[in-house]
Structure formats: C-alpha cells, structure tokens
Design a protein around this ligand. Structure first.
Ligand code: AMP
Length: 412
C-alpha cells in the first residue's frame, strides 16, 4: 500500500494528517497528488467521500508559499455549503503551513471579507458570484494565480455558471495550472474543460455504477396527489437516522417542509432563498443530528460530506441521471450502507427511463399496499430502525409546539 511519504508530502503535512486519523492515501489521492505537485493540469473523476478535496488541497499546500504575497490558489465551487466544507478542510492544514485562506461566498458580510483582504491572502475558496463581485471592485487580484480548481467541474462549466466562470478565467494568467474535479464529467463538459486546460492528465477512480453499490435503491410508483402521503408512509416505516428529501423547486421545499412540520416530523429546509446565517444554522443542526430530515433543493446534492445520512428521498424526480447520482451519493458514504428512494408519478415516466438507461439499472419497485403496511418485491426490511430512532420523531406536534414556544415564530 502506498504511503503519503511516497507521494513526497512534507513531514509537517503528514503529521497533521496523522493527527486527524488520516494515515494512508485514498486511490484518488494516490493518483493525483504527484501529478498536481508536478504542475500538471488534471481532470479527476471521483465522488465526494473518496478524499477528493485533500487530493487537490495537499499538493496545492505543498506548492504554495506563505512568503509570496499574492493569491496563488483559487478553488471555485457551485454552492456556499461546499465552499465552507472545503475551507474547513483547508484550515486544518494551516498548522503545517501558515497560508492565509479566504472563503468568499454570497450572503456573507462583504466588509469583513474586504478587511481580511487587506492582509495577504494565498488561497481563495469561493462561489463564482461573490468572486466576480470582488473582481469588479478590484478587491481581489488574480494576476499571480498559479492554480485554479473547479470543484464539481461539470456543474461549473454548465449553463448556470459557465458565463461567470469564463469571466473569472479571463482575469487570471493564461499560464497556470487548472484542475477539474467532479463525480461526473460527460464528454461535452470534458470538451469545454479542455478549452481552459493544457494537456490535462485524466484520473478516474471509480465508475458511476460502482459508486452506487453501497446504496439500496427503491422506486415508489405514486401520483402527484398521493405523493405526500406515500412519502410519510415510507418515512414512518424507515424512521431513518438522518435523511435528505429532495424537491424540484424552492417553493416545493417550502410547502413540503411546512406540511411535514405540521405533521410532527423533525425537519428543516435548505435552499438558496434562505439567508446565509440560516443556511449555516440548518447545516450545523443537521450535522449535529438535531434535525432528522433535511428538505432541500439540489443545492444540497453536490459534494456535501455529511456522515450519517442514511436515507435519500427523491420526492421529486431529479432532472437527469447526473443529478440522481449526486443526490443519492449523499448516502452510502465511507463504505456504509445507504438507502435511496425515488417517487415517480405517471408524468415522470420519460425522465425515469432516461435515468435508468444512464445508470444501467432498473430500480427495484416497491409497492405500497393500500393498508398502512407495505410489501416489497425485493428483500424485506428486517431491521427496526423506528424503535431505534423514534425518540427523534416529533410525533405529537401540539406537545412539540408547546415545548418550543417562543423560540421563533415557527417554534424553532
Ligand atoms: P471528500 O471526498 O473530499 O469529500 O472527503 C471525504 C472525507 O474523507 C473527509 O472527511 C476527509 O477528511 C476524509 N479523508 C480524506 N482523505 C482521507 C484518507 N486518506 N484517509 C481517511 N480519510 C480521508
């Protein structure tokens, strides 16, 4: 087995990793660290949970110098949550090398960021919109940039972010290192990535099908009218430890959260219309396992590494197979078993066919019987998670409202 030492990382960094219980490199780290350290452009296809963040952070840390007073590294991510997660990992490495790190994402106090920018910054971790803000105000200067990372690169180079990313790339030196990391990269996106890259080396650690192997997938045929009741029946049966319920739009998240909360489920919502402080509060509460159900748009589908998420519910069918893989990839992490449900109404048939074709799997159907019990075509659920976690289900809304009275207008 390869060691971090074999990847020519410095002792300081190896010691910090060791103190975090990170002893041996993962396959994506084995394959990318040297390539990146040597200055190559790299396209890496790897799921979150494979150690991909350190696969680029470690060689970047090695290559950056605290004595050079320019921004040497920039990591762009599609969501604020992912920017925060990467910043937390990067800050853990500071003890090994005192690089100044700035997290720049929307919803944060820009004055505080500007103040911080007066000092030397070596590494910026940002979402595209906020970074463009800084570039327009001339508060960030990318002239000295050595390495650009596009995390969740397929999304960064896709419709929504493409123009912003292009505008940012225009403001950095042509001679630089570019790294694209993503769980999924189709050929079209790869072609786009090549436009900004110089003879990139390709690193692939796992195929899509393999990444799903820990996740038991189940399909529930339903109708729009029956969907919420069907969801509740499945939730009551599973009583998951921690679950994410994905909806198609922010409004649908709002509505479902309102309804489930009224029914007594311990849930919170996450989407981009919430204030930044609320988003962070919700994520913290979910990570602490204070919240059992996170009801979210696809803002939560990318890259987040939350240990303990046991179940994913695709309340609304995802846009495509890529999105499905990202959503269900929030469970089944670190070799643990995960469960993923997809609710399909008749109008979703065509989308479902496209997803099943792409993932090369006919998702096993589960038929919910007309009584409150459900039967399954495949293996029955022999565990009884309900008992195990039942204390976390708010089964008596009235009592719950009373107990939480005065916290805020919704009792939280
Ligand atoms: P990522 O794929 O970057 O989302 O990483 C997922 C988790 O794996 C993070 O919590 C990392 O701290 C952890 N991790 C990264 N590299 C290793 C490693 N070599 N050994 C053990 N854990 C790791």
């Amino acid at each position: 087995m390869m060691k971090f030492k074999d990847l020519e990382l410095s002792d300081n960094i190896i010691n910090i990793l060791q103190s975090q219980g990170i002893i041996n490199p993962t396959p994506i780290q084995e394959q990318s660290i040297m390539l990146i350290k040597e200055g190559n452009d790299v396209i890496a296809e790897a799921q979150t949970g494979t150690g991909k963040t350190l696969a680029f952070l470690l060689p970047m840390f090695e290559n950056m110098s605290p004595d050079v007073s320019t921004i040497q590294g920039l990591i762009l991510t599609p969501t604020r949550e992912l920017a925060i997660q990467i910043t937390q990992e990067a800050k853990k490495l500071k003890e090994a090398k005192d690089l100044k790190i700035l997290a720049a994402y929307g919803g944060q106090d820009i004055t505080a960021q500007l103040k911080k920018l007066k000092g030397n910054i070596h590494l910026v971790i940002a979402t595209p919109g906020r970074l463009l803000d800084h570039l327009r105000r001339n508060t960030i200067d990318l002239d000295g940039l050595n390495t650009l990372v596009l995390d969740e690169a397929d999304q960064m180079l896709h419709l929504g972010f493409k123009n912003e990313v292009e505008a940012i790339i225009k403001q950095m030196p042509k001679k630089r290192q570019t790294l694209c990391f993503s769980a999924t990269m189709n050929s079209q996106v790869k072609k786009l990535a090549y436009k900004y890259m110089n003879d990139p080396k390709i690193v692939v650690v796992e195929k899509k099908e393999i990444t799903l192997k820990n996740i038991k997938q189940t399909l529930i045929e339903t109708t729009d009218r029956r969907k919420q009741d069907d969801l509740c029946r499945v939730l009551d049966e599973d009583n998951p430890f921690m679950a994410i319920i994905f909806c198609r739009t922010k409004r649908r998240v709002d509505k479902l959260e309102e309804d489930l909360y009224q029914k007594g489920y311990n849930c919170q919502k996450l989407h981009s219309d919430l204030t930044q402080s609320k988003r962070e509060k919700v994520m913290k509460a979910f990570k602490r396992t204070d919240v059992q159900y996170l009801i979210a748009t696809d803002v939560a589908s990318r890259g987040l590494d939350i240990s303990g998420v046991s179940h994913i519910y695709n309340y609304d069918i995802p846009e495509n197979a890529e999105s499905y893989i990202h959503r269900i990839g929030r469970t089944g992490r670190a070799g643990e078993k995960g469960y993923a449900y997809i609710f399909v109404a008749p109008k979703d048939r065509a989308s479902l066919e496209a997803i099943e074709k792409e993932i090369k799997l006919k998702i096993p159907r589960k038929i919910l019987s007309s009584s409150n019990e459900s039967s399954e075509e495949t293996e029955p659920n022999t565990q009884s998670p309900k008992r195990k976690y039942s204390k976390r289900v708010n089964t008596n809304p009235k009592k719950f409202f009373k107990a939480n009275k005065g916290k805020d207008k919704k009792g939280r």
